[in-house]
Design a protein around this ligand. Structure first.
Ligand code: A3P
Length: 302
């Protein structure tokens, strides 16, 4: 397979997508063995677009009748350990048998582009929630993340190199723009099957976006719940400020496969819109905006 110096070691070009070795193996396993169920809710995202946040909102909203906020599992469990990511499901995080033993509906997450998912997932009747974000902030978030979690043997990636790779479409699960467009196409063709969320909208209007999410998942907030402030409580509970200050997210870690664990704190950095301005030059920002314009032109996304 075509190979490039990537963000975490090397990336391989597989079915028009760039995957690291670990995700490549996971993808083949998913393509050959994984079957989703009609009741599943699958979160799709590129890396660093707000997956962690969305996970906590989905988990808390779906389980709001099971747990109250004082004894909630997310007080002691990292957001990435509260439900599985199918990309790694056979790679040690959770085996097929463990997954099948989980009660329905399954909550699942994936970074794979829609086009890489097998029919056993895309035609399963599952619902998808997709989140995306301004690519300039994605680039900066990813560059910082990678340099924090890469082992010492891998030399740090400089911002210029990260920028050039990203603009060429070479990033994990990238090209970033194709990832968004792949899910967007399905959302336009079958809106009942996919909810499209944007990080910036969620930051600006969390209550509105959370209500949309609950409606889409088939668990709308009742008038009674709205009166009792349940929507506000979930937004507050899942906020960057609250979650990033929990002990589990300061000191705990998430095992992504047998050999690798990522410290939970690396999933929480700034949690802001437009932080890329501090790091990128105006030429870099213009260049990414031009690519976005060109790629998303006529799509209705911008
Ligand atoms: P920054 O690096 O810009 O701060 P992902 O979860 O897809 O890996 O994305 C990580 C990004 O989401 C990071 O962005 C992180 O700080 C931010 N994030 C994590 N939890 C959040 C929350 N509860 N609310 C808002 N942003 C959050």
């Amino acid at each position: 397979l075509p190979r490039e110096r990537g963000w975490f070691g090397h990336l391989f070009r597989y079915q028009d997508c760039w995957l690291d070795t670990f995700s490549l193996k996971g993808c083949m396993l998913v393509q050959n063995h994984f079957r989703a169920r009609p009741t599943d809710i699958i979160l799709g995202s590129s890396m660093k677009t707000g997956t962690t946040w969305l996970r906590t909102l989905v988990f808390t909203t779906m389980n709001r009748f099971l747990y109250d906020f004082s004894s909630h599992p997310l007080l002691n469990t990292g957001p990435h350990s509260c439900f599985p990511c199918i990309d790694t499901y056979s790679m040690g995080e959770i085996g097929i048998k463990d997954l099948e033993a989980l009660p329905s509906p399954w909550l699942l997450a994936t970074h794979f582009p829609y086009t890489l998912l097998p029919e056993a997932v895309t035609a399963s009747g599952s619902k998808f929630v997709y989140i995306w974000r301004d690519p300039k902030d994605v680039l900066v978030s990813m560059w910082q993340f990678v340099n924090k979690i890469n082992p010492k043997e891998i030399p740090p990636i400089g911002l210029n190199e990260a920028f050039e790779l990203f603009c060429k479409g070479i990033s994990n699960f990238g090209p970033f723009w194709d990832h968004v467009l792949g899910y967007w196409k399905v959302c336009q063709e079958t809106p009942n099957k996919m909810l499209f969320l944007k990080y910036e909208d969620m930051k600006r209007e969390p209550l509105v976006e959370l209500k949309k999410l609950a409606d889409f998942m088939g668990h709308p907030f009742t008038m009674e719940e709205e009166k009792d402030g349940v929507v506000e409580k979930i937004v507050e509970f899942c906020s960057f400020e609250h979650l990033s200050n929990l002990e589990v997210n300061k000191t705990g870690s998430h095992q992504i496969n047998r050999d690798t664990a990522i410290e939970n704190r690396h999933f929480f950095r700034k949690g802001q819109i437009g932080e890329s301005k501090i790091h990128l030059t105006s030429e870099m920002m213009d260049c990414i905006d031009r690519i976005t314009q060109h790629k998303f032109n006529g799509s209705g996304l911008i």
